[in-house]
Design a protein around this ligand. Structure first.
Ligand SMILES: [Zn+2]
Length: 91
């Protein structure tokens, strides 16, 4: 039911996944008071579900954004990330 409801799309990264690859993610984690009920389930790939862990989805997106900026600066330097940040701000 969950797989069909979300057309086999991971609701965290947007990747199309097979039924075998699907995991069921708690939209509101149990640790945050979420319930074990259909309305709180979404289709997620294993990688996203494992990495999201007990975070809320917005919190997870903020976290991976911080990881992106950290790794980009580490790989390309502070000047590049500052230029990229300014470019994004002007979109
Ligand atoms: Zn995913």
């Amino acid at each position: 039911m969950i797989y069909r409801k979300y057309y086999g799309i991971c609701q965290i990264c947007g990747t199309e996944i097979s039924y075998e690859e699907m995991t069921i993610d708690h939209i509101i984690p149990l640790e945050a008071g979420g319930k074990n009920e259909l309305a709180n389930y979404q289709c997620a790939c294993r990688t996203c579900n494992r990495m999201k862990g007990t975070m809320m989805q917005d919190e997870y997106y903020m976290h991976i954004t911080e990881v992106f900026w950290y790794l980009t600066e580490k790989k390309c330097g502070k000047e590049f990330t500052e230029k990229l940040y300014r470019l994004i701000q002007n979109l």
